[in-house]
Ligand binder design. Structure first.
Ligand SMILES: [Zn+2]
Length: 185
């Protein structure tokens, strides 16, 4: 893993939040990883990008990530790989598209990256966006895999860290039962 203790980086930068969080999935969790808080530090971001790049051997032409979280991560990983850094943004119709002005040449090989993969939905949208432009996904990289083995893509999926934080439905959430205020993330 390139000597990077990812969880320690989240901790020391204050990016590992503890409390009571409403996740995008609708479930509740006592912990949340706020990657922007970690990635605001360029030196830590570069270390993470270097470690992610080292998970993959295949040469790639570009890296793509879903905006906003995937923009910095795409950049630092691409820098480590000597590749271009692209990103995908919401297309206003529930999907994603490659940002205007960023070109994918037919047959180009790419790595897709995301900070934390829970369902993998947004990185999958970014992959489809690059594939529609003629790119070929050769790998998917994440800082943290929170999917408990559920996230699958049509290419090898590797993460620097696997975490299995507990999550609850609102009805079965012990934090709700104790009246802990819920924060949206
Ligand atoms: Zn709750």
């Amino acid at each position: 893993m390139g000597g990077v203790d990812v969880l320690e980086l989240y901790r020391t930068t204050g990016a590992l939040l503890e409390g009571h969080f409403l996740l995008r999935s609708g479930r509740h969790s006592p912990k949340f990883l706020q990657s922007a808080t970690l990635l605001q530090h360029p030196l830590y971001a570069e270390a993470v990008g270097q470690a992610l790049a080292e998970l993959f051997e295949e040469p790639v032409d570009f890296v793509v990530g879903p905006a906003m979280g995937g923009v910095v991560l795409s950049f630092v990983t691409a820098k480590a790989l000597g590749a271009r850094a692209l990103f995908a943004e919401k297309d206003g119709q529930g999907g994603m598209r490659i940002r205007e002005g960023l070109t994918v040449h037919p047959g180009e090989r790419f790595l897709a990256v995301e900070d934390v993969v829970t369902t993998g939905g947004s990185v999958q949208q970014a992959i489809w966006a690059a594939e529609r432009k003629g790119g070929r996904c050769v790998g998917v990289g994440a800082i943290v895999d929170r999917s408990a083995g559920r996230a699958e893509f049509g290419a090898p999926f590797r993460a620097l860290l696997r975490l299995d934080f507990p999550t609850y439905t609102p009805e079965s959430c012990p934090l709700c039962q104790r009246g802990v205020p819920l924060q949206e993330v």
